[in-house]
Design a protein around this ligand. Sequence first.
Ligand SMILES: [Zn+2]
Ligand SMILES: [Zn+2]
Length: 69
Amino acid sequence: MSAFKCPNCGKTTGGNEKFCIDCGQPFNISCPECGEGWRFMYEYKFCPACGHNMKKANATKPQPEQKKA
Ligand SMILES: [Zn+2]
Ligand SMILES: [Zn+2]
């Protein structure tokens, strides 16, 4: 397992986590079109399995928890 950097907050995780231990960013998501699961598909513009445009999915990604002041 290689280290995986959270694309949302930059926290380095061990690579096994399904969610960022720091901000809760999900690392494994599924294509809404074909249901194929991928490692953090937010980096993908299109689903590698079916070509579904992932930009829409990216727009609806959950907002990270606001940092407490
Ligand atoms: Zn994070
Ligand atoms: Zn797909």
